[in-house]
Design a protein around this ligand. Structure first.
Ligand code: URA
Length: 432
């Protein structure tokens, strides 16, 4: 077999066999196929696509390019959740304790933030002392003890995705549904869960700009999961505006704590209850959404979910005082209010520019080597559907370096205000 013939084949829109995909992935991981040929092949996929069968085979080949985590010594059905990322998305910090408190083991690997989206690991590391690299035996013991742990990606999982993703990043081949589906699913399957809930987001703050694209991606991933023996479900959720009110690492941890104590923003709580209920059903802890939702509300009311977060933080070396007394988190030097220039209803609140402002304040990374300032970010005061008077506060900027006119303009441009009344958007509008 020659790689050049396989590139030509995909360029012509023909379907690859299992042997051919094995040859490509194996050859690439073993450095027998060079980056330039791999990029040409992935670019051909961007234009010609892959069939469902090809995508499933590609996912399987990528999954088995490295180690597969064996979580069989964790008791119970392990349900993992994956969000395709967004702005202000702190759901893992709420959902993990919620579901864990209902007796479902959550053994999760998460990533870091890049660009306008935040990463769960960075948020967790804003808790002083908390370690995200722990030994596999300790990880398993912790999940058996308190039903919840989040750690960093194991370096030995899915080496094919590491190489391919780095190449896609610099060759304009990231935004391609079969490549995204195989990249996400290979990592999730290698991470050893029994069942998987995907939260596929759409809107200007997400990878998928439209609901139709998000649905296509979700359906493709569900089929891959089913073909590879994992019970897989997906929700489609709206990411036109940030989730909750806080954007930025420690600000988001504080909001997650508030939510676990029953005082969080309604959109975040609803998303966590709906996703959590799906997970409890997948883990066979509840038979209906109604029953599952009640279980989740109970563990908020009796503080069991909050206790699970405290146990997890303590087990991973974090200072649990910060969870019990969030006012201990280091504050930014200045909190600058941004006032509205006009009155009316907030029609649009663009998540992506706000995510980028938080990154530029130091709360995120423009490149993977950048360090993070955990205390900075934004706290929204007005969201879509809210009425705002002229000069009323739209949001607060938490900063250690003042606020440039450029960033102030970016914030004001993210808010679109109109005279006519507008309903608040629906968050989850479909479960697949
Ligand atoms: N997240 C991933 O893990 N892979 C992609 O290709 C896109 C988003």
């Amino acid at each position: 077999m020659r790689m050049v013939d396989l590139i030509e084949k995909k360029k012509a829109g023909l379907e690859h066999s299992e042997k051919e995909i094995h040859f490509i992935i194996n050859g690439y991981v073993e450095d027998k196929i060079p980056d330039y040929q791999m990029s040409a092949w992935m670019m051909a996929i961007c234009f010609q696509g892959l069939t469902q069968k090809e995508t499933t085979i590609l996912t399987k080949e990528m999954t088995y390019s490295g180690e597969i985590l064996d979580l069989s010594s964790i008791q119970g059905i392990k349900v993992d959740k994956h969000s395709t990322g967004g702005v202000g998305d702190k759901t893992s910090l709420v959902l993990g304790p919620l579901v864990g408190a209902c007796g479902v083991p959550v053994a999760k690997m998460s990533g870091r933030g890049l660009g306008h989206t935040g990463g769960t690991l960075d948020k967790l590391e804003s808790i002083p002392g908390l370690k995200i690299e722990i030994k596999k035996e300790d990880f398993i013991k912790q999940v058996n003890d308190c039903c919840f742990s989040i750690i960093g990606q194991n370096k030995h999982l899915v080496p094919a995705d590491k190489k391919m993703y780095a190449l896609r990043d610099v060759t304009g081949t990231v935004a391609c549904i079969p490549l995204i589906a195989s990249s996400i699913m290979s990592k999730k399957i290698a991470a050893g869960c029994d069942a998987l809930l995907l939260d596929v987001k759409y809107g200007n703050g997400a990878f998928m700009k439209t609901k139709e694209e998000a649905k296509k991606l979700a359906q493709m991933m569900i089929q891959i999961g089913k073909s590879l023996g994992k019970d897989t479900k997906a929700t489609l959720s709206n990411m036109t505006q940030p989730l909750g009110y806080a954007i930025g690492n420690s600000l988001e941890v504080k909001e997650a704590i508030e939510t676990l104590l029953g005082n969080g923003p309604d959109d975040l709580l609803q998303l966590c209850l709906q996703s959590g209920a799906q997970m409890l059903i997948q883990a066979k802890k509840a038979k209906s959404i109604k029953e599952a939702t009640q279980m989740l509300k109970n563990v908020i009311d009796n503080h069991k979910a909050f206790d699970v977060l405290c146990q997890m933080v303590e087990a991973q070396g974090g200072n649990v005082e910060y969870i019990c007394h969030p006012e201990l988190f280091k504050k930014a030097k200045e909190i600058i209010p941004i006032h509205s220039l006009e009155k009316g209803y907030v029609k649009d609140l663009k998540a992506k520019p706000l995510g980028l402002v938080s990154m530029k304040l130091g709360g995120g990374r423009a490149s993977i080597e950048d360090t993070i300032d955990y205390s900075v970010g934004l706290v929204l005061n007005k969201k879509i559907g809210d009425y705002v008077e002229k000069d009323e506060i739209l949001l607060y900027v938490h900063t250690n370096n003042g606020l440039s006119e450029e960033l102030r303009a970016e914030i004001l441009n993210a808010y679109i205000i109109q005279d006519e009344y507008i309903e608040k958007p629906i968050l989850i509008d479909e479960v697949l």
